[in-house]
Design a protein. Structure first.
Length: 372
């Protein structure tokens, strides 16, 4: 048994295990969990097909050959559905979304008529013939699968980017809801898609025709390992944490110029006297209630009057408070992490990033300069 078969075998076991965990999860965003579970299941089935090719099990079970071909048209819609289920609390499945699965159904019909209903002998012969020569239908299938999937991958990246911008307009701490892990997962999937496309091109050019499958199989297995590791490191991946809805844009705001200035001053007074920014979980809704306006109206004031989003506005006050504490000799016995928590940050990394953005220095550099 070679290395590729061992890696793929373990990937299959983990893939089925993760599928079970996600499909049976009782907590959190069940819709997102099920979609991710289905996505991993599709990956696992694809991996299984590579396994039966490498081990030649298809000679004993020829009726499972090519079951993965229609599945390739499910990856894009399922992945986009998962991303939307995580980033948009209002996302619900609608009947019109069924059109996204039309290419999959067309492929099921096509392969059923041309391959699935054939005899075992024919399937083995045809499969091994495909490995030696390429037909026009093969070119078309591979091209259509690439063309169909690409827009979904782009839409997924755009959806995550928009989500990350949106949460900064409503939340002062975004570490747990900006979905950085999802962005990384998308980049990994895009990498797999690109590599697979390259191997398809090499296959059609008859360059390393038999090398693609074991390499892609091991890559997919490693990705399944990675998803499992990410789930262990960040349980919200498998819990499917619900993301709070962000404040709507101020399209319907009726604040006059005079009211804007009035509430701007009231905002500055509250920030100075009450220091709500010290609350690490502060939201724009909570701050708006303190000055007796709606969240979208406060968003308008912060955007237009300070040229900042809510996240950066609150962090600017936190950094100002941190600078005062770091430069105070009476606080020398406090660690940088302690000060970060004290001024409203949830993690040292978030504090370091914000501090350098606002001052051009790391907290350690700033403290060292202050001591001199």
């Amino acid at each position: 048994m070679n290395v590729a078969v061992i890696v793929i075998s373990v990937g299959l076991i983990q893939g089925f295990f993760l599928t079970f965990v996600l499909l049976t999860a009782k907590r959190g965003n069940k819709r997102a969990n099920r979609l991710l579970g289905l996505f991993i299941f599709l990956f696992t089935i694809t991996l299984g097909h590579v396994f039966i090719e490498l081990t030649k099990l298809y000679l004993d079970y020829p009726h499972v050959l090519l079951i993965v071909h229609p599945i390739q048209f499910l990856f894009g819609p399922i992945l986009l559905g998962y991303v939307l289920a995580l980033t948009d609390p209002r996302f619900r499945f609608k009947k019109k979304y069924l059109f996204h699965f039309l290419p999959f159904l067309i492929n099921v019909v096509y392969f059923t008529l041309t391959f699935y209903i054939k005899s075992a002998e024919y399937k083995i012969y045809r499969f091994e013939t495909w490995r030696l020569s390429v037909t026009a239908a093969d070119y078309f299938w591979s091209l259509s699968h690439v063309v169909y999937t690409t827009p979904y991958l782009i839409a997924c990246v755009i959806a995550v980017k928009k989500h990350q911008e949106r949460v900064k307009s409503s939340f002062s701490s975004v570490e747990k809801i900006k979905l950085t892990w999802l962005q990384r997962l998308l980049y990994i999937i895009i990498f797999i898609f690109v590599i697979n496309t390259i191997f398809d091109v090499l296959y059609f050019l008859n360059i390393g025709r038999y090398a693609g499958n074991p390499i892609m199989g091991m890559i997919v297995a490693v990705v399944i390992y990675a998803i499992g590791y990410m789930g262990w490191q960040q349980p919200e991946i498998f819990i499917g944490t619900d993301i709070p809805a962000a404040t709507e844009k101020y399209k319907s705001s009726t604040l006059s110029a005079q009211q804007v200035q009035k509430y701007k001053q009231k905002l500055l007074d509250v920030m100075q006297t009450e220091k709500p920014f010290l609350n690490s979980s502060l939201t724009i809704k909570e701050l708006a209630e303190k000055i007796h306006i709606q969240g979208y109206q406060l968003s308008q004031i912060i955007n237009q009057q300070f040229n900042q989003n809510f996240f950066d506005f609150i962090n600017s006050y936190r950094i100002k408070e941190a600078r005062q504490k770091l430069s105070d000799p009476n606080n020398a016995h406090f660690s940088i992490l302690a000060i970060a928590y004290d001024v409203g940050f949830n993690s040292k990394s978030a504090f370091n990033t914000a501090f350098k953005k606002h001052t051009g220095l790391t907290p350690s550099q700033f403290r060292a300069q202050s001591e001199n």
